[in-house]
Design a protein. Sequence first.
Length: 89
Amino acid sequence: MPRPKESFDGIYPCDFYTPEELLDPDQMYTIYEIARLLQGLEPDADIDEGTEAVLVDWAVPWVMKNADDLVIGEPPTDDDPGYYGLKDD
């Protein structure tokens, strides 16, 4: 159900990191690691499955929106996730 804006303690801009701000140019990251980074966490931070699922829900559209600036690496095995990194200039 919609809520009036004045019912919130704070309203903030909906800003997201650019790929260059978020990712190390020499590294490749899984969607799970990107999800953590988008929240200001370390890529290997220990979080519960429910939280991880929510964070991945935010990370997938971020990857899609920034696809022109990213490259994809094949997963090491069929059971592993793919890896994303910054596209070289």
